[in-house]
Design a protein around this ligand. Structure first.
Ligand code: NAD
Ligand code: WQD
Length: 344
């Protein structure tokens, strides 16, 4: 049996892809998820891809009694990857306390239980949102942390500080904080992917739902930004590439005794791509048209942000590999699979 890893939020979008890569690399995975933003069928998808059904506990990470029981029932967990969080930026403005409670208490419970059960390290899902509107691009890890523009973003900043403080205080564990840029696409098998709840707020699920006819038209939020074509620029990172970085991070954190107790890495491609370029890439890659119109700016949007991934490239030895056109094809294949299954 391989090293045992707890993956919180492991039936979610990024979590499920990471569980696949962990199992492919020989790890013994235990998932905890409260299914607040995912469903159990994801386990079938993971099993179809890897041939292994991960251990699954349906419970809430804010429930410390349930978490303690999990550590007792699954002894020997060596590392944690903490994906479990609420992540909708707009909803976090409406329901800030829900976001602070869920995202902070989840992390605090895990950090409190780690020494008790001998867990040696935690990988934490952070976000490029901590950089706000950066002064320059690409953004490296030393760029200033800007005041968060949403409670969601603030939870990521506070969680990073909680980890730093807990380790500075002498707690016997390590952490790797991963700042994702814009994760997109799906597993090439189309067995797992992103399952947005209700009307998607993020670009790719809205785009693929428009392409398949569930939505009439994609609104492009603004073409008057200070960018070559006027639309916003992001760093779209393939979700399988992203998942693979977690396997490298877990190995580094647990196996390499000489690394710093807290390390931070940007995970992005290093390429800035505009919203209009992305629509174009999707249309060319799939041959499917995306009806779209330009509308006003969305409040709170960052004009342009893309990663300087050199630290992850050199220190982790990880690099984004999947071309954007292939990522778009995978997002479309997943949308078609959802249609086939009668979900969307
Ligand atoms: P997701 O919603 O698909 O996955 C999160 C999973 O956690 C869901 O399955 C949900 O049911 C579960 N969950 C939430 N609260 C829980 C709790 N208290 N106990 C147990 N399970 C709980 O989201 P995702 O896109 O896979 O994001 C994973 C992580 O990456 C999150 O921490 C998110 O903030 C972070 N992140 C995501 C993005 C992105 O654009 N998707 C970008 C940067 C960072
Ligand atoms: C991308 C671009 C929109 C929808 C969010 C969070 C961030 C991180 C990633 C977690 C923007 C434009 C979108 C649409 C559009 N998540 N757009 N029409 O805003 O970069 O980041 O997800 O940490 O914290 O804020 O992602 O996919 O919402 O938008 O024109 O219908 O697409 O204006 O420029 P964003 P997104």
């Amino acid at each position: 049996m391989g090293t045992r890893i707890l993956v919180t939020g492991g039936t979610g979008y990024i979590g499920s892809h990471t569980v696949v890569e962990l199992q492919n690399a020989g790890f013994d995975v235990v998932i905890i998820d409260n299914l607040s933003n995912s469903n159990k069928d994801v386990l079938d998808g993971i099993e179809r891809i890897t041939g292994i059904r991960p251990n699954f506990v349906e419970a809430d990470c804010t429930d410390i009694v349930a978490l303690r029981k999990l550590f007792q029932d699954y002894p020997g967990i060596k590392g944690i990857i903490n994906f479990a969080a609420s992540k909708a930026v707009g909803e976090s403005v409406q329901k800030p306390l829900l976001y602070y409670r869920n995202n902070l208490n989840t992390l605090i419970n895990l950090l409190e239980l780690m020494p008790e059960f001998g867990v040696e390290g935690i990988v934490f899902s952070s976000s490029c949102t901590v950089y706000g509107e950066p002064d320059t691009n690409p953004v490296d890890e030393s760029a200033p942390i800007k005041k968060a523009t949403s409670p969601y973003g603030n939870t990521k900043q506070i969680c990073e500080e909680i980890i730093q403080d807990a380790i500075t205080a002498g707690n016997p564990y390590k952490s790797i904080i991963l700042r994702y840029f814009n994760p997109v696409g799906a597993h090439p098998s189309a067995e797992i992917g992103e399952l947005p709840n209700g009307v998607p707020q993020n670009l790719i699920p809205y785009l693929t739902q428009t392409a398949i006819g569930v939505r009439k038209e994609l609104s492009v939020f603004g073409n008057d930004y200070n960018t070559p074509d006027g639309s916003c620029i992001r760093d779209f990172i393939n979700v399988v590439d992203l998942a693979k970085a977690h396997v490298i991070a877990i190995k580094r954190m647990l196996e390499n005794k000489d690394t710093d107790k807290v390390e931070i890495f940007n995970l992005g491609t290093g390429d800035g791509v505009s919203v209009l370029q992305l629509i174009n890439t999707f249309e060319e890659a799939t041959g499917v048209k995306v009806p779209h119109k330009i509308v006003g700016r969305r409040e709170g949007d960052i004009e342009k942000v893309w990663a300087d991934p050199v630290k992850a490239n050199t220190v982790l030895g990880w690099k984004a590999e999947v071309p954007l056109a292939d990522t778009m094809k995978s997002a479309w294949a997943w949308q078609l699979k959802l249609r086939e299954r009668g979900i969307m």
